[in-house]
Design a protein around this ligand. Structure first.
Ligand code: SF4
Length: 335
């Protein structure tokens, strides 16, 4: 499967982006980058003439989709069921290197194609890729932190695959990682022993609702540490943030803050006559959200998403003391 989609085991997980490197004293960190939302469909559409190359038609990806018979799947794929207009526009998939290079977008698209074409095999490949990275982390005496929803919101806790005893044994022999075998496991199940001893940390950000089988609570119950992402331009932004914080989740909030601007010390979210105050933690010093306390606001300085339409706003909060949400209010408190 990997060669069919032009992939390699080592290339499935990124281990060298700047934010991951910042946290390298705490854990080795890896992230899975794919194309978000409906970006895969857009990337194989010859009529897509977006001005920024990684957002435009990607001929090599379209050719691969045609060759592998996955074009129709790609056109239907929505990697972010809870995305808003604002976050789709300002998505970090097009920040930094991802916003400059069509080759990077094509590589992310190849992973996305493989993931939707052969979900079970792809999940097994991710398990192997984690095992390889785990061995590197273990050699450095560090845990491995894994973020699979790096640039999408795919329900990894529901992606099940067979992990045979033979496969578990092979992974253990090659990499030293104990894998829990089973006929139908997800990544968290397969890594149960490593999670229990603390040598693997699975963590995600998600815009899913709090409840339901795809929701934040279900992700947490499956073994993933989850931080809720505020969707400030959603009609239910304040209500959703309230529900998530009440259930103990952190709330990630992107704000237009300059490098020298201080972070707010606390955030107050008001909804339906109630106000909830959350302490803040800096979200840019590392990406190790699993190491943060529960029920805090994680403040992220907004980064430039290349090719974003300035007219589509509302997702990133302005750096103002009080900002109206569609159904409430958010206040950034200096102390
Ligand atoms: S910000 Fe998150 S939910 Fe929105 S498009 Fe990007 S990956 Fe998807």
């Amino acid at each position: 499967m990997l060669s069919r989609f032009g992939l390699s085991l080592d290339g499935l997980l990124t281990d060298n982006n700047a934010k991951l490197v910042k946290g390298s004293a705490i854990a080795r960190a890896v992230i899975h980058h794919t194309l978000p939302g409906r970006a895969l469909a857009a990337a194989i559409d010859p009529g897509n003439d977006a001005a920024v190359a990684p957002r435009a038609f990607l001929p090599a990806l379209a050719a691969l989709a045609a060759k592998t018979g996955t074009a129709e799947l790609a056109r239907r794929h929505n990697a972010c069921p809870w995305a808003t207009a604002g976050c789709s526009n300002a998505c970090l998939v097009w920040a930094g290197h991802g916003g400059l290079s069509a080759a990077v977008a094509t590589a992310r698209g190849r992973r996305t194609l493989a993931m939707i074409a052969e979900p079970e095999t792809y999940s097994r490949a991710i398990l192997w890729a984690i095992a390889r990275q785990w061995a590197k982390a273990a050699a450095d005496g560090l845990p491995l932190a894994v973020r699979l929803r790096g640039t999408d919101d795919v329900a990894w806790h529901l992606r099940r695959f067979p992990a045979s005893p033979l496969e578990a044994q092979t992974i253990r022999r090659r990499f030293g990682l104990v894998v829990d075998a089973g006929e139908s496991v997800n990544v968290a199940d397969a890594l149960q022993a490593a999670r229990a001893e603390g040598s693997v940390k699975l963590y995600e950000y998600s815009k899913a609702p709090t409840h339901g089988r795809t929701g934040l609570e279900a992700q947490r119950a499956a073994g993933f540490d989850v931080t809720a992402s505020l969707a400030a331009d959603r009609a239910t932004a304040a209500r959703d943030a309230f529900a998530a914080a009440r259930a103990g989740f952190r709330i990630a909030i992107p704000i237009e803050l300059g490098k020298a601007d201080p972070l707010p010390a606390r955030v107050a979210i008001s909804y339906n006559g109630e106000t909830m105050i959350l302490q803040t933690v800096p979200g840019d010093e590392t990406d190790h959200r699993w190491n943060d306390p529960a029920k805090v606001a994680v403040i992220l300085r907004a980064k430039r998403s290349r090719g974003a339409d300035p007219a589509v706003s509302g997702f990133i909060l302005p750096n103002a003391p009080a900002v109206r949400l569609p159904d409430g209010l958010i206040q950034l408190l200096p102390n």
